[in-house]
Design a protein around this ligand. Structure first.
Ligand SMILES: C=C1C[C@]23C[C@@]1(O)CC[C@H]2[C@@]12CC[C@H](O)[C@@](C)(C(=O)O1)[C@H]2[C@@H]3C(=O)O
Ligand SMILES: O=C(O)CCC(=O)C(=O)O
Ligand SMILES: [Fe+2]
Length: 329
């Protein structure tokens, strides 16, 4: 009789049937050097809640340096990595996502990030002198991506024709803004080699924040849900950034923008490394439609709540839940 150990059971629950999502050639691309950037980005947020940013001015070395440090960390023996865990929610996590029973074929590091001055909560290993390259790569990356997020959010205000232009960006750059940074590693899975099966790397969900800025290595896996609910696979591009509209931006725009449902399906062959900076507002901030956007007889689609209230509710939910549902009027 074969007795399945816990790790084997974990793996079985993550195996997916071989039903590949179609590779999507329609991901909107916003070239930040083009005069139509603001308009294109607004169009993309309405239709998909998702777009790719090119000509962003961030040197690809910044991404590669941090990726190399992440790969070094994830290559350590499990006992070493586990010294930084379990993630509650910050720190090192392996397969367990959040506190409510979600699982994925992923290991990760989660940091809290403050915006002004830019700093992050370091795990013990990052305080070691030997981690100085990791620390500098992380600082360099976070600072560059924070500027990019600010630029993207100003373009959004421009495209929406609302003033002042920093009305959205200031929510994520203020001293009290609640940022999170995540390094994800989806390891290969040798037992699946030669089969058509894939694994749930990160189950379907929307991000609760305003926007998330994602960069990954050149491996596939990220999928988004289109308006009709169908899933498509996003072609990877290691030199560009992908932006997700989060639940909070959906509310700020009174539903004009949609927060994108997305997931990662790991193919078990290649190693996927992604880095995502989640931009949240200050805890005390009211998340409500921007008055500048509201039409004369337009009513908010949502009850009033603060980011603190929303985040607390989100962290009690399961990954796939419709977190905005209970806040709809
Ligand atoms: C299952 C969960 C993980 C998550 C907190 C939650 O209870 C529901 C939201 C999840 C999410 C998705 C986007 C980000 O990856 C994340 C850090 C976030 O802010 O919300 C994760 C949370 C997490 O991994 O702790
Ligand atoms: O790793 C990825 O590519 C996406 C992960 C994700 O959606 C998340 O961490 O919220
Ligand atoms: Fe996400």
């Amino acid at each position: 009789m074969v007795v399945l150990t816990d790790p084997a059971l974990d793996l079985i629950s993550l195996i997916r049937s071989p039903k590949p999502a179609a590779c999507f050639s329609g991901v909107p691309v916003v070239d930040l050097t083009k005069p139509d950037a603001a308009a294109r980005l607004v169009e993309a947020c309405k239709e998909f809640g998702f777009f790719k940013v090119t000509n962003h001015g961030i040197p690809v070395e910044f991404m590669r340096r941090l990726e190399a440090e992440a790969v070094n960390f994830f290559s350590l023996p499990p006992v070493e990595k586990e010294k930084s865990g379990p993630a509650k929610p910050l720190g090192y996590g392996n397969k367990r996502i959040g506190a409510n029973g979600d699982m994925g074929w992923v290991e990760y590091l989660l940091f809290a990030v403050t915006s002004k001055p830019l700093s992050y909560t370091p795990m013990d290993f990052l305080r070691e002198p030997s981690a100085c390259l990791f620390r500098s790569a992380l600082k360099e990356y976070l600072s560059a991506v924070r500027k990019l997020a600010s630029q993207v959010l100003e373009l959004m205000a421009q495209g929406l024709e609302i003033e002042p232009r920093d009305v959205i960006s200031k929510l994520v750059t203020s001293e009290a803004s609640d940022g999170i940074f995540r390094l994800n590693h989806y390891p290969p899975c040798p037992v699946l080699r030669g089969s058509n099966y894939s694994l749930t790397g990160f189950g379907e969900h929307t991000d609760p924040q305003i926007i998330s800025v994602l960069r990954s290595n050149n491996s596939t896996g990220l999928q988004i849900a289109l308006k009709d609910g169908s899933w498509v696979s996003v072609p990877p591009d290691e030199e560009s950034f992908f932006i997700n509209v989060g639940d909070s931006l959906q509310v700020l725009t009174n539903g004009r923008f949609r927060s994108v449902r997305h997931r990662v399906v790991a193919n078990g062959m290649e190693s996927r490394v992604s880095m995502i900076y989640f931009f949240g507002p200050p805890f005390a901030e009211k998340i409500a439609p921007l008055p500048q956007l509201m039409g004369e007889r337009e009513h908010s689609l949502y009850k009033e709540f603060t980011w603190d209230e929303y985040k607390k509710a989100a962290y009690k939910s399961r990954l796939a839940d419709n977190r905005l549902g209970p806040f709809e009027k």
